[in-house]
Design a protein around this ligand. Structure first.
Ligand SMILES: Nc1ncnc2c1ncn2[C@@H]1O[C@H](COP(=O)(O)OP(=O)(O)O)[C@@H](O)[C@H]1O
Ligand SMILES: [Mg+2]
Length: 222
């Protein structure tokens, strides 16, 4: 059985696609052991298809990739895909597409909620959690994404305080903002294919650390 992680936040631009693709890449890197069959599948359900655009540009995409065909059954049955250990489902960032998100959540084992350390993201994130995730009793975890250390700790602290006040589960690992992440789709790279310079390695490390915290490196046993 595959473990199905849905990446969701009904606010656009928070990093759903970035987190989906790069968590899939590091998880594949650790689990594939050089075998030809990828242990990881990414499913794009976003009509805006930014992960499709990205995947299309990557030479030697390390994981399998597919697009939602519009049949909710496809999403409901992802965990039956025995050839995969982890399935990562990228979802739309708009309220109009809530039916697509609902279809994805119907097949989810857990949910990752990326959120930038910006007050503007607080209310939309709270809406997704309160209206969409909690009623379904799905385990979820907020991941603070795109924090720029050069901006100082104030925004990060304020975001952590807000999350704590909401009593949301949150990852300890914070994904920092790096230009190399922003450019990755246009450059046709996933995080494990970044150039081997120090800054890119730092950027890459955040996703390996996050995958380690989330437990993706071990057996996907349940
Ligand atoms: N950690 C990060 N560092 C740098 N840029 C990021 C980071 N996370 C996201 N971005 C950029 O922010 C924009 C929105 O991210 P994206 O993953 O497309 O969000 P969503 O899928 O939620 O709409 C993209 O241009 C992306 O490259
Ligand atoms: Mg997206």
């Amino acid at each position: 059985m595959a473990y199905v992680h849905v990446i969701a936040n009904q606010k656009g631009g928070v990093g759903k696609t970035t987190v989906t693709v790069n968590l899939a890449a590091v998880t594949t890197d650790v689990l594939s052991g050089g075998s030809r069959q990828s242990p990881v599948l990414v499913v794009s359900t976003d009509p805006q298809a930014s992960s499709v655009w990205w995947a299309d540009r990557v030479e030697g995409l390390p994981f399998d990739f597919t697009q939602y065909d519009g049949d909710p059954e496809q999403l409901a049955r992802l965990r039956e895909l025995d050839q995969y250990q982890h399935v990562f489902v990228d979802t739309p960032g708009s309220l109009e597409d809530e039916h697509i998100l609902a279809a994805a959540l119907a097949g989810a084992d857990d949910v990752i909620v990326p959120m930038p350390p910006e007050p503007l993201a607080f209310d939309p994130t709270a809406r997704t959690i309160a209206h969409v995730l909690v009623p379904r009793q799905l385990p979820y975890r907020v991941v603070i994404n795109a924090w720029d250390p050069r901006d100082g700790e104030a925004d990060l602290d304020q975001t952590r305080d807000y999350i704590e006040a909401q009593q949301w589960p949150v990852s300890k690992v914070v994904v920092r903002r790096y230009k190399v992440h922003t450019r990755a789709a246009a450059d046709g790279r996933v995080v494990t294919q970044y150039p081997k310079n120090r800054t890119s390695m730092e950027a890459r490390e955040d996703f390996f650390r996050l995958a380690l915290e989330l437990g993706y490196g071990g057996k996907a046993g349940r």
